[in-house]
Structures are given as C-alpha cells and as structure tokens.
Design a binder for this molecule. Structure first.
Ligand code: PLP
Length: 382
C-alpha cells in the first residue's frame, strides 16, 4: 500500500496520509535550541553512559514522581533508542521459549512480534467496541497460566485510542496481584488524553506491585520527537540493570544530542503539551464525527492518542475495480485508490474489519480526506 501511495504521489496525486503514527508538527523551539547548544558546547560527540546521561535520568525520575506519584531512582531507569527499543530490551531480558505473554487486542504490532522473536508465545485477548476496546478482568483471569511471563498494557492504546479508567486498571491489577508475572505498561500516549480524562498509571494505582511493574515511555509522541529516538523504561533495579547489560552489547547509549533535547523537553515549560492536547482533541472530534457521518463506517470516540479505529465492515461487499471488497485490506486499498486516503488495515493490530486512521493532520486536511472518502463510497454504492 505504501508503494502504491508513493507511486501516486510521484504522479502528482495529493495523497492524504492518515497512516502515520507521529505528530505533524515540530517539537518546541526550546528543545531544538537545547540540542544546538549541546552541539556547540561539545556535549554531543562522545559516548555517554549506556543507560543515559545523569541529568536526563534524574528528569525522568522527577517526571515519573510528578505524574505517577512514584519516587523512581536513577537505577530504575534506562534511556533507550525510542520506546520500541525499551520494549525490545525487556523482551530480550524477560522472555524466552515456552513463556506466554498476554497482549490485549487490538494491540500495537511490535508486542507480539517481539515476543515471538524471543521464542515466547503471545496470548492475544480480543476486545471490541462493546467494551470500548478494553479487556475485562474475568478475561484476563482466564488467560493467565503457569507459563504467563508478562502482560503488556497499552493505555491510551495504539491503535484504538482507548484508555483504562482508574477503576478498570485497578480491577485488572487485582487479577494479576496473586500471579507471579511482569506487568509492562506502555504509557507513551499518557499525555494525550481528552475531555479531562485522567490517565490511570499502574504505578499510581498499585504501589504494592511496583517490584513487578515496568513503565515504558518516551518523548516521541507527547513532544513530537519521533525522529530523535529517545524512550525509556522505569522498572525494578534488577530489570533495569539487565536491560543496561544487553543494551551495552547492542546500541550502547541513545544518541547524546537527542538525550540533551529530551532533557530540555522534560525540564522546560510544559505548556506545549497542553496545546497539543487541545489541538488533538479538536481533530479527534472532526475525525470521529466525520467518520460516523459516512455510510458503512462507525467509530468509537477514543479517550486518547491520535488514532481512530473505525469499523468499516459496512463497506464489505462494495465493488472495487470489478472485485468485491472482502476484508480490511481490500477496504484500505479501495480508500487509497478511490479517495487517495492512506489508512492501516486493522488486521495488522488484531482488529479485522477496521481501519486505523491517524488524525495527526490539520482539521482542514481531515475534512478534505473525509469528503474524499464520502465521494468514493457514494460512487461505489451506485
Ligand atoms: N508504543 C506504542 C504504543 C507506539 O504507538 C509506539 C510508536 O508508534 C511506540 C511504542 C514506539 O515509540 P518510539 O517511536 O519512541 O520507539
């Protein structure tokens, strides 16, 4: 699909790229200035400590304490090459053949793939709109086995944007309390929650489980810094130490200049995040209202992140180039060919029949993309 989109672009077609998982704006200027200063001051050309520069680790601890009420210490922290690398370190350190890793679906694509790379078996727990794309405690209890090594929660979620409330997260953690397994919480979208929703971090809700909880976070999404590649994990000392060891034999430290940029992001004024939150909330409403006004498409209004996971099963059966649309891949191809809109087929995330649209684009672009989808559907229905 990407190849087809690139081909279309090369021919001058205006393609709406709603497939991307990154903000469409720049980080705050003071972040870019801090990076330039780090270069000018000769701070960026040498190796740093594998697990990150001390001031950044300190800033991460302060942020975790401020946002989650957990007084993390630098020995709990490893700075990584993006949050994905934190998850990969954890998979390397924690998973092996024979282990089961419980992953609520729809899921971010790397969770099951990383588990499989280590020889572990992903155990996918389905959920859909009826529970707001959230798994229920009884389902989690049923999935646990003596082989369960870890559970991976992503809240707010990529791809659904759904987030667990405090009560919901507490009920899930209560199920896990008696079971000896790791609890990995990917909270990379925690700053991007809307309508006053309060992010529910496992670290806040279950202080007694902190010896088993590992937080994954980073600057990629909330500070619009995907290209800088800075993430981190905050976990029990032994886990952080093991991750430091494997990272010492793979990437060594994350880029020094990027670490200084991330330090500025965390310690500088935080009002840009509030602005981003407000903007994304407006875009979310444009996107969700627009999708729900389209024939054959339904979409739940998510609490956070910048994705709309739309149920597009109503488009199955329509004609596309003389062929019957049969699944979400056909739907995505139809949207690309006829509306010039890139969306990601939900099957990739364990949500068949759905398309994930990113709304990290201006409201005007979103409106234009929605209008193009409407025209495409109306033509196909004729
Ligand atoms: N976790 C989730 C849920 C994501 O959506 C992403 C990126 O799309 C990541 C982790 C990886 O973030 P990073 O770009 O910092 O590696």
């Amino acid at each position: 699909m990407n190849a087809r989109a690139a081909e279309m672009r090369a021919k001058g077609v205006d393609v709406f790229n709603l497939g991307v998982g990154e903000p469409d704006f720049e980080p705050p200027q003071f972040v870019l200035d801090a990076a330039k200063r780090a270069i000018d001051e000769g701070l960026s050309s040498k190796y740093t400590a594998v697990s990150g520069i001390a001031p950044l680790k300190k800033a991460i601890c302060a942020q975790v304490e401020r946002t989650r009420g957990f007084a993390a210490a630098p020995e709990h922290v490893v700075v990584t090459v993006g949050a994905k690398h934190a998850l990969f370190n954890l998979a390397l350190v924690l998973f092996q053949a024979g282990d089961e890793v419980i992953i609520p679906a729809p899921y971010w694509v790397s969770y099951p793939e990383q588990a499989k790379m280590m020889g572990a078996d992903p155990v996918l727990l389905p959920s859909d709109e009826t529970t707001g794309f959230r798994i229920r405690p009884a389902e989690l209890a049923k999935a646990l086995s003596p082989r369960t090594k870890a559970v991976i929660f992503c809240t707010p979620s990529n791809p659904s944007g759904s987030a667990y409330s405090k009560e919901e997260m507490k009920a899930l953690l209560d199920v896990l309390r008696p079971h000896d397994c790791w609890i990995i919480v990917d909270e990379i979208y925690s700053e991007l929650v809307y309508d006053g929703f309060e992010h529910a971090s496992a670290l806040t809700i279950a202080p007694d489980l902190r010896e088993r909880i590992i937080l994954v976070d980073g600057v990629s999404k909330s500070y619009a810094m995907t290209g800088w590649r800075i993430g981190w994990l905050v976990g029990p000392t032994a886990v952080a130490k093991a991750c430091d060891t494997v990272q010492g034999q793979s990437t060594t430290n994350a880029s020094a200049v990027a670490q200084y940029a991330a330090l500025a992001a965390l310690t500088g004024p935080q009002d840009e995040i509030a602005k981003a939150r407000k903007m994304f909330q407006e875009r979310r409403d444009v996107m969700i209202d627009g999708l729900n006004a389209l024939p054959g498409i339904k979409c739940r209004r998510p609490e956070g992140a910048f994705y709309a996971l739309a149920d597009c099963k109503g488009l199955i059966g329509l004609d596309h180039n003389g062929k019957r649309i049969a699944n979400d891949e056909d739907i995505a191809m139809f949207l690309l060919d006829r509306a010039h809109v890139v969306g990601v087929p939900g099957g990739a995330f364990g949500a068949p029949g759905h398309i994930r649209f990113s709304y990290a684009a201006s409201a005007d672009r979103l409106r234009a993309a929605l209008a193009a989808i409407r025209t495409a559907i109306e033509e196909a229905r004729r």
